[in-house]
Design a protein. Structure first.
Length: 314
């Protein structure tokens, strides 16, 4: 018998009802989403705010029931006690009683899980050291920064040493130091062979950490692929802004199959990084007419933008 996926989602649909009692409005949050995550894989789910990422994670963890379809964790129904015993979950905004210390919070959750006192104390100390809070473990959480509170949440998710960890926007709102600290912890989990599923709108972190990525938009899964494949198929691009482009330059761009668009008397052109120098050479711009770089896209950003535009254009 083949090993089950760590996560399997099959044609999941979910609707929310909003508005008032007399005029209810149904919003389709998930539209037939299917996906798989293999054991030991680091999978990043990417999408703009409102794409359905958190709703999908809540279905996977059993916090929401789908209207149609199903989600499985290691072949077990999502939300079942057997499935929950095998994963940890860090919500986007973990919240703990502010008057408790990190040690007291983890001790409380260890008691809920029925851990023996000695094993619980040892595990709490081990995790707080691992997340870098050994020197602050007895301070009340109200004195913690957001990054420190995120690390307490991560320690809580790992208390029972799960095989799979769900992380909902784990670095959202953190400062650069907090992001690096969390990134290092994720890389450590990856080295331990844990399966990690996290959602984010920060594409650079997906490129750094993930084996595979899923791109969501308006409740649909637009694309799933290994990060390395996307990097090989989509070049890094820069967007150039020109104050003016004469007919000769526009013909040159067209011959190179590049599209120039004009808005507010400014021309913009997206060019692959590797082609930037040859393109500028062929344009033969007059002195003082050099373009300005207004944005740069990584391969994953390029793939995401193309997928979203294709979806919106039907």
């Amino acid at each position: 018998m083949s090993q089950p996926y760590a996560i399997e989602v099959i044609e999941v649909q979910k609707r929310y009802q909003s508005g008032d009692f007399w005029r209810p409005i149904k919003a389709q949050a998930l539209r037939g989403v299917s996906m798989q995550v293999r054991p030991g894989e680091v999978y990043g789910l990417v999408g703009v705010n409102g794409a359905g990422k958190t709703t999908l994670m809540k279905v996977m963890t059993g916090l929401l029931r789908p209207d149609q379809g199903q989600a499985l964790v290691f072949g077990l129904p999502a939300g079942s006690m057997a499935a929950r015993a095998r994963f940890g979950y860090l919500p986007e905004l973990p919240s703990f009683p502010k008057y408790l210390s990190a040690r007291e919070v983890l001790d409380f959750y260890g008691r809920l899980q029925g851990m023996e006192p000695r094993a619980r104390q040892a595990r709490v100390a081990e995790l707080l050291k691992w997340v870098g809070l050994a020197e602050a473990l007895d301070k009340p959480i109200r004195e913690y920064s957001k990054g420190m509170q995120q690390r307490v949440g991560l320690a809580q998710a790992l208390l029972h040493d799960p095989e799979l960890v769900f992380l909902d926007e784990p670095i959202s709102g953190l400062d650069p130091l907090g992001i690096k600290q969390m990134r290092d912890l994720f890389l450590s989990l990856k080295a331990q062979g844990k399966t990690i599923f996290f959602n984010t709108h920060i594409l650079s972190e997906v490129e750094r950490l993930c084996d595979r990525v899923g791109l969501m938009h308006r409740g649909r899964m637009l694309l799933q692929a290994p990060v390395a494949d996307l990097a090989s198929r989509h070049a890094s691009t820069v967007t150039l802004a020109f104050r003016s482009l004469g007919p000769a330059q526009r013909r040159s761009l067209k011959a190179m199959r590049l599209v120039a668009s004009q808005e507010n008397q400014v021309w913009t052109v997206a060019v692959a990084n590797a082609q930037l120098a040859p393109v500028l050479a062929k344009l033969k711009l007059p002195r003082g007419a050099a373009p300005t770089v207004i944005s740069a896209n990584s391969p994953l950003e390029t793939a995401f933008i193309k997928a979203v535009r294709a979806e919106e254009q039907g």
